[in-house]
Structures are given as structure tokens and as C-alpha cells.
Design a binder for this molecule. Structure first.
Ligand code: MRU
Length: 333
């Protein structure tokens, strides 16, 4: 049984608190949408698809709390939820999709508005589960028995409504009986690779070696890595891709060592309105996440910090996109 990052439980939303992993598997049930927004901001739930699913559920929770099913009120609540984090397009996509189900003049009955929103949020959740399956199936075609894959950040069950995107490909290879080994970048500063990817893969019995982010170049040079797969927070019209900070460095290294670099993502991560990567709003995180490690200072007090949560990999460094609709060639020649 794969772990569930987010789940509807009656009128509440259950989240696995990812800030406590791998030490503790703690779940919280939310019935206050502002707490759900806070949970998204503090990365209790994270990963683009899981953020989108949570945001859709949060709109139902918000409507129940406010008790006002007018269109203007629902739009106000939706705007508040969409401000939770700026980069993952799935957040905006999911909330707008739910909003699209509400008639122009709102609904007279709170009960019917709530039913529409919960149903649509559940549909988004279920579709994401199926999209992960398909990404896994398409992506697994690209790898053979004995391959070693490097990945960055966490893109598994913890980040989605299903088996994951980049990790979904790895899980599918494993299910098909291929012996796949994974090198997981620890992913500074918040260690999604060390805390979450290593935890998920170890639980699934898939061989995984944890490396510091700085080691990626060396293992590529040593000829250990057959391919890189990462996820995405937003893929824009020209193919430029925002993903966890450090992804761009890995893509440059992969090209330098002639190793294929794949981006795995569902169609809900594609933003066909934004023209190019330099237009993507990149979230800036608090300096505390860099100057301290779990409360212990690792830098002088008051030091200036630059901490973007994501970077943009230009399409020209991407070999192909592994999507739920098939493989789309990237711009790397
Ligand atoms: O800050 P996070 O942990 O939400 O960042 C997550 C990532 O960058 C993932 O790679 C991306 O959202 C894809 S998850 C399938």
C-alpha cells in the first residue's frame, strides 16, 4: 500500500505531516482552510500535484466555514488559497477547475455548492492517481534492467495523489521486475531527497543510495548513472521547466556527461499561457531554512541569504518530457 499524502475524511482533509518525516508518520485532520494554507506554506504537504489536490479540498473546507455560497465569496476564498505558494501551477489549475463548476451567479444552496466542490476535488485527486500510473508506464519504456537513475527532490506518493511522477517511473520499472538502482540527491536546504525520497524508496524495497547534491557530478563522471528523472512544478509554453532548486545544475551536469535528462509530469503541470521560463514566479524561502539545520545554527547570525525554492531548466537541456499522454521530445540535441 502506498502512502497517502492527502485524503478527504468526511468534511475534513487529512495530511501526512511531511515536515516530521522520516522520524514520525503523523497525520493531521484539518477543518480550517487557513490552517490548510499554512500547511501548504510550511511544506507539511508539498509537491506540485499534492498541493493542487489539497488546495481543491481546501476550497470546500473554506466554503463550509464561511457559509456563503455566492460566487463572489467563493472567488474571494479561492484567491486566498491560490496565494499559498506561487510556483507550482497545479495549485492554480486545481482551484480554477473547481471554480469553473460554480455557476456565474453562485448557488442558492450551500449544500449543493459544497457537493459540487467536494466532488470536483475528489475527481482531481482520482485523475492524478491515474495520471501517475500512465506516466509510470510510459516512462518505464525508457529504462532497462540494471539501470541506475539519479533523481532530485521528492516526486513520489508523498508529492502526488498516486505513485508519483519521476518516482512513479521508478516504481513501475520495479513492478515490471527490472532491477533499478536510484541515486537520490539529498536536496538542500529542506532535504526532500534525504528525508522523503530515501524514505519512500527504502519502504518500497528499491535500492537507493543517498548522495549530497555536490556528489551528482562525480557519480555521473564515474559512469554510474544511466539517466536522470526529475519532476516539475511548472512547464511553460517553450518547454522551460521550474522544479526544485538544484535541478538546473543536475541538467547541466547530465548534458556534460551525455546522460539523458527526463522531466516527468502530468498535463496539470503544463502552463501553456506563460511563454518562457523567465516569466515564472519563483518562490523565495525564509533565510532560516539555510542558516540553520533543524534549529541548530550553521551560519553566522544576520548573514545575507538568497534562497529561491525553485530554478528553471531551459528546454534545451531536457531530453524528453514523460507525461500521462506519452513521451514528448525536449529541446536537447
Ligand atoms: O518545495 P517542494 O517540496 O514542494 O518542491 C517539490 C518539487 O520541486 C517537485 O519536484 C515537484 O513539485 C514535482 S512533484 C511530483
Amino acid at each position: 500500500m502506498i502512502v497517502k499524502a492527502v485524503e478527504r475524511v468526511g468534511d475534513k482533509v487529512r495530511l501526512l505531516d511531511q515536515t516530521r518525516l522520516p522520524g514520525e508518520e503523523t497525520y493531521h485532520d484539518y477543518e480550517d482552510y487557513r490552517e490548510l494554507i499554512r500547511a501548504i506554506r510550511r511544506l507539511e504537504v508539498r509537491g506540485a500535484p499534492a498541493i493542487g489536490i489539497t488546495a481543491a479540498y481546501a476550497l470546500a473546507v473554506a466554503l463550509k466555514q464561511s457559509g456563503d455560497a455566492t460566487r463572489s465569496n467563493i472567488e474571494k476564498l479561492a484567491a486566498e488559497i491560490k496565494a499559498a505558494r506561487p510556483t507550482a501551477v497545479n495549485l492554480f489549475w486545481a482551484v480554477d477547475r473547481v471554480l469553473g463548476k460554480i455557476p456565474g451567479n453562485g448557488l442558492n444552496s450551500l449544500a449543493s455548492a459544497l457537493e459540487i466542490i467536494w466532488n470536483e476535488a475528489e475527481a482531481i485527486h482520482e485523475e492524478d492517481r491515474l495520471m501517475c500510473q500512465r506516466i509510470g508506464e510510459y516512462g518505464a519504456e525508457l529504462f532497462k534492467d540494471g539501470d541506475t537513475i539519479l533523481t532530485h527532490c521528492n516526486t513520489g506518493a508523498l508529492a502526488t495523489g498516486g505513485i508519483g511522477t519521476a518516482l512513479g517511473v521508478i516504481y513501475t520499472c520495479h513492478q515490471q521486475g527490472k532491477n533499478i538502482r536510484v541515486y537520490a540527491d539529498e536536496t538542500r536546504p529542506l532535504l526532500q531527497g534525504a528525508r522523503l525520497t530515501a524514505w519512500e524508496l527504502k519502504k518500497a524495497g528499491i535500492p537507493v543510495t543517498l548522495i549530497t547534491d555536490n556528489t551528482a557530478g562525480m557519480v555521473m563522471r564515474q559512469g554510474i548513472i544511466d539517466g536522470v528523472i526529475v519532476g516539475a512544478d511548472r512547464i511553460v509554453k517553450n518547454g522551460d521547466t521550474a522544479n526544485k532548486i538544484g535541478t538546473y545544475s543536475v541538467a547541466v551536469l547530465a548534458r556534460a556527461h551525455d546522460i539523458p535528462f527526463y522531466v516527468a509530469a502530468p498535463m496539470s503541470t503544463f502552463d501553456m499561457v506563460t511563454e518562457s521560463g523567465d516569466r515564472i514566479n519563483i518562490e523565495q524561502r525564509s533565510p532560516i531554512e539555510v542558516t540553520g539545520l533543524f534549529g541548530i545554527p550553521v551560519a553566522p547570525a544576520g548573514i545575507e541569504v538568497y534562497s529561491p525554492a525553485f530554478d528553471v531548466t531551459p528546454n534545451e537541456l531536457i531530453t524528453a518530457f514523460i507525461t500521462d499522454r506519452g513521451i514528448i521530445p525536449g529541446g536537447r540535441k
